[in-house]
Structures are given as structure tokens and as C-alpha cells.
Design a protein around this ligand. Sequence first.
Ligand code: ATP
Ligand code: MG
Length: 205
Amino acid sequence: MRRKLKIAIMGGTFDPVHYGHLVAGEAARKEFNLDKVVYVPSGRPPHKQEKNITESHHRYLMTVLATTTNRYFDVSRMEIDREGHSYAVDTVAQFNEKYKGRAELYFITGGDAILEILTWKRVEDLLRQCTFIAATRPGFNLEGLQDKLSQKLPQQLCQKIIPFQVPALAISSTDIRTRIRKGDPIKYLLPENVENYIYKHRIYL
Ligand code: ATP
Ligand code: MG
């Protein structure tokens, strides 16, 4: 029998996508021997409702542009096309349905996102359906995370969150947006075709 495909979901607003997202995806692919890393730009993120978020079609296209040179990377419109809020638990369930048990699912997040996981919708359900790869990100300390989680979650679910060191890249979309507004360079923080797309469509100005 063929082994199950190992598929990782990388969720985010990707407003805009940058090298931090891409390096984390590629490092996780290598380390966990993943067959595919699927970037899933969010529709209406429950945690970011209050802020102005760029139209999904721009965020989707920028993510497509950023991932073209990696044969293991894919982009899904699943959350963008879904009605209402984006929740990881619904996305993972939809992936499971799509692969009908033929895939082992992973979910990649940065260290900041994993620290908030206890506030996510139906977190226990979510952890039963996939393994979390928590990429450490500069400025976010993962120490004590297991302690904090084990107070709230059953042991076998805590074990489904695997901390993972990625090369330190202190890049964030927030910083890139601020730089653009101030007229500062964003060169080398994100792929050049994404940078050109941003200027062409005058996003973040
Ligand atoms: P924002 O500043 O708008 O929150 P962001 O840079 O955090 O943007 P998101 O779209 O919020 O980007 O992040 C999507 C996922 O990528 C999250 O799990 C986040 O933790 C992770 N991530 C973001 N930046 C990095 C980075 N530099 N290295 C590793 N992971 C990252
Ligand atoms: Mg973020």
C-alpha cells in the first residue's frame, strides 16, 4: 500500500506574503518530509476583523506569485471562497474531506500564532485532525508553551504541537506595510514579483 501523502497547510492573511512565510514553509517541508505545502490565504480572519485587510483577490494573487518557483508549494482559495469567517478547524476538515483519509495533515504556524491556539475555535477537534508545526519566530518565546498547553489540553493533544526552529527571519507583513507607507525600501524582504505587484496596484499606500 502506498504511504499517505503528507500535506501541510500554511494559513495566514498574507498581507503581503514575505520571505518569512516562504522560508518557514520550505524548512518545514524538508524537516518533516512533506509532499506539499499549501498556502491558504484567509477570507475574513476572526482575529483581525477590526483591521483593514487588503482585498482577498490581491492577497491570493500575491501568494500565487510568491510560490511559483517552488514545486512543492500550492495556494488554495478555500478560505477566500468560503462564506463567513475563516477558522482553521473548518479548513482542516475540508482538506480531510478532499483527501478522504489519503493524507496526513499538518498545519504550520509561526510561534506567535501558536501561543494563541487555545483561543482558536474547537481547538481539541483541530488537534485531533492534524499535527501542528510551530515555527519559532524571532521575538516570540516558545518556552513554557508546553507547560501552558498541558494545563488546558489532554497530554496526547499537546504532543501534536511540535516546536520547530527556522532560520531567524525578523520579517513581518506589518513592518512591510509600514515601510511602504513611509516610502522605505522593501527590497529583499519579499519576492521581487510581489514587490512589483504591490507598486503596480498601489496597495498599502
Ligand atoms: P501581520 O504582521 O499582518 O500579522 P505576519 O507577518 O504575522 O503579518 P501572517 O499572515 O499573520 O503574517 O502570518 C501567517 C503565518 O506565518 C502565521 O502562522 C505567522 O505566525 C507565520 N509567520 C509570519 N511571519 C513569519 C516569519 N518571519 N517567520 C516564520 N513564520 C512567520
Ligand atoms: Mg501575524
